[in-house]
Design a protein around this ligand. Structure first.
Ligand code: SF4
Length: 400
């Protein structure tokens, strides 16, 4: 019933690396062509684990946004904003916290995992326990029906769906709902109203799923109904009341296989990264110093690409002909390792060149980035306020 919308956020970590580009940003860039997208800096989420050291968050935010823009995220197509600049996220988080069973939060799989992983930090905090709920508020406040996530994040989406269902169940029955729904039925015209009622009975009494689709088609095609009236007809049909919060769906994205300089997954914590805008000399130097198959001690020793982290980068950056050249040259000792690394260096530099150019515009004029975000904050806030109006009304908090 609501518009299709994609929402995705990132904690402000400062400069992004190629792992972020291949794992997240490339997907965002594709999605922004296909759907209305909202991309946000999750600065409050950073505070859930970094509450004792918040000083770097602002600087990291601006650096990260420049990297988004450098990578090709287009503010003309997507809305870019900062979570804390849309305070409605906090309001929805608070209101949802009133009806969220504690056990649901304690059951979130990452809660214990993260606490164990970050054992040097005291994460026995209210904010850390509640971060999946803040995440749900981030999604639900935009009625985002598409959230790009990896397999491991699916439980978070399921959690948000449960929260939306519980909310709609508790508060979706607006006063006089049935009468208002019946008024909307009348607006379908006598023939379609009769058909709607028959389909509703078939669904509710006989569980006929196809009746839902047919009834939806009826009121979707009616030109004289408002969005709220369609919502009522949908809720009346399914016996759920009015849908105030939309259950989000996961847009499954493939896990990034971007290897780091040591063959492990590229990650800041492994110190094996190349940043998005790293200068050319540093990229060249890092790749040249990468470890290779330990069997290739001397130039004439044959090697095995499967045992070499450079080969993993060839799989990202080289074409089929180059990969054949590596396979044959490595196994026959026909090529040296420095020679083999050059196409990887070239591939990375080729990928980075437009990013550096785009970033330069924003580095030369930081006001451009501030304006993009200010504009995005405003747009996001308008959407958030629409949802909050309905939420407040449903929870009896509409004092106007
Ligand atoms: S030739 Fe290439 S694939 Fe083979 S060990 Fe050297 S760097 Fe690795």
């Amino acid at each position: 019933m609501y518009a299709q919308r994609v929402l995705s956020g990132m904690r402000p970590t400062g400069s992004l690396h190629l792992g972020h580009y291949h794992g997240v940003l490339r997907n965002w860039i594709t999605l922004q062509h296909d759907y209305p997208c909202l991309f946000f800096v999750a600065d409050w989420h950073a505070l859930t684990t970094q509450y004792d050291d918040p000083q770097g968050i602002e600087k990291a935010t601006w650096e990260m946004v420049i990297d988004w823009l450098a990578a090709g995220v287009d503010p003309a197509q997507a809305t870019l904003f900062i979570q804390s600049q849309v305070p409605e996220h906090a309001e929805l988080h608070l209101l949802l916290s009133m009806m969220t069973p504690l056990g649901w939060l304690e059951r979130v799989p990452t809660y214990k995992d993260q606490q164990e992983k970050l054992e040097s930090k005291d994460l026995s905090t209210y904010g850390f326990l509640g971060y999946p709920l803040l995440q749900s508020a981030d999604i639900l406040i935009y009625r985002a029906d598409k959230v790009p996530v990896g397999e491991d994040q699916v439980p978070h989406i399921e959690f948000s769906r449960e929260i939306a269902r519980r909310f709609n169940h508790l508060y979706g029955r607006e006063p006089g709902f049935e009468e208002k729904a019946k008024e909307a039925v009348k607006k379908l015209g006598s023939r379609n109203a009769r058909l709607y009622s028959q389909l509703r009975t078939r669904y509710q009494q006989e569980g006929e799923a196809s009746a839902i689709e047919r009834a939806h088609a009826l009121f979707d095609a009616a030109q004289n109904l408002s969005l709220v009236e369609r919502e009522r007809l949908s809720g009346y049909l399914e016996g759920t009341g009015k849908m105030i919060l939309v259950e989000p769906g996961a847009l499954l994205t493939e896990a990034s296989r971007m290897p780091g300089l040591d063959g492990q997954k590229m990650s800041k914590s492994y110190n094996n990264t190349i940043t998005l805008r790293e200068d050319e000399a540093s990229v060249t130097n890092k790749i040249r110093r990468m470890p290779t198959d330990p069997a290739r001690v001397r130039r004439h020793d044959p090697g095995d690409p499967e045992k070499c982290p450079v080969w993993q980068l060839h799989q990202v950056y080289a074409d089929a002909a180059c990969r054949d050249w590596v396979q044959q040259g490595c196994r026959s000792a026909g090529i040296g390792c420095l020679e083999c690394k050059q196409p990887v260096i070239d591939g990375i530099l080729r990928e980075q060149t437009p990013m550096r150019e785009r970033a330069q515009t924003y580095l030369d004029d930081p006001k451009l980035v501030r304006n993009i975000i200010a504009d995005g904050n405003d747009k996001a806030r308008q959407l958030a306020q629409e949802t909050m109006r309905d939420v407040r009304q449903a929870m009896g908090l509409n004092y106007s």
